[in-house]
Write a protein that binds this ligand. Structure first.
Ligand code: SF4
Ligand code: SF4
Ligand code: F3S
Length: 265
């Protein structure tokens, strides 16, 4: 009750905004508790009420007032071609805003596959030269939270951990928090028994599909994808892509758009 809320600056580069859409649907903890009790979301050009000069002023002021104390959260990534002209925020290339905001940040989070690995805009032939943010910020660790988007409770879980313990979560060799990214979808998938028994969906409308057999032969990438979907699930633990009848497309893995096609092995 007495601890000041953690100041957060949330930037947006080239992205689709669904990482924010996921975040605002967190049920455990409720996103309202994160926003009202844990963090002070001082700048977020998608979620804040202010716009234009008022918003820019709030960004400058947060960075000046909380040097070395604010969390920088980044959704999306910077294009590097044509001096960054493919993404302009507040009249300047996003890549400049990113470098400037990263300089005095206490910690940096890359939300989603755009910020963590490039995602669709970095897929071949990557016309804008989009790069993940750790290729721009090289002097401090970037916590990567991949997924397109990441699971809401993974996003708020990381924030809760950092606010509670005042330290970074334990990270793996790709700077992903081990607590959510140490297992493959395949390891805890409820269709795993069918995989082990050799019972596969061969076509989308066959008997195996109706019986809920394993989706490996129609392209499921669960065996090579590290994420919490088969344990944490989505929409407050209700379901995840495989439970809805579609194989995992590996959305939390580096370069997943270029690893396709999604429906064949
Ligand atoms: Fe959208 Fe996916 Fe990028 Fe998140 S990672 S902003 S969901 S495209
Ligand atoms: Fe593994 Fe995918 Fe089959 Fe589940 S549906 S058991 S993740 S291959
Ligand atoms: Fe993405 Fe696969 Fe989960 S497609 S949402 S990592 S099941």
């Amino acid at each position: 009750e007495t601890k000041p809320r953690l100041p957060v600056v949330w930037l947006h580069g080239l992205e689709c905004t669904c990482c924010s859409e996921s975040f605002i649907r967190s049920g455990h903890p409720l996103v309202k508790d994160v926003l009202l009790s844990m963090i002070s979301l001082d700048y977020d050009d998608t979620l804040m009420a202010a716009s234009g000069e008022q918003a820019e002023k709030s960004l400058r002021q947060t960075i000046e007032d909380y040097k070395g104390k604010y969390l920088l959260a980044v959704e999306g990534n910077p294009p590097t071609k044509e001096e960054g002209m493919f993404c302009i925020v507040g009249g300047k290339p996003f890549i400049e805003q990113l470098r400037w905001a990263a300089k005095d940040a206490k910690a940096i989070i890359a939300w989603g596959s755009c910020a963590s690995s490039g995602c669709v805009q970095a897929a071949k032939p990557n016309p804008t030269g989009a790069v993940p943010i750790h290729e721009v910020i090289k002097d401090k660790p970037v916590i990567r939270i991949p997924g397109c988007p990441p699971i809401a409770e993974v996003m708020t879980g990381i924030i809760t951990y950092m606010v509670t313990f005042d330290r970074l979560p334990e990270l793996d060799f790709r700077n992903r928090p081990k607590m959510f990214y140490s297992q493959r979808i395949h390891d805890k998938c409820y269709r795993r028994g069918h995989f082990d028994a050799g019972q596969f969906v061969e076509r989308w409308d066959d008997e195996g599909a109706k019986k809920g057999y394993c989706l490996y032969k129609v392209g499921c990438r669960g065996p090579t994808t590290y994420n919490g979907c088969s344990t944490t699930r989505w929409n407050g633990g209700v379901s995840f892509p495989i439970q809805a009848g579609h194989g995992c497309i590996g959305c939390s893995e580096d370069g997943f758009w270029d690893n396709g096609p999604f429906y064949s092995r």
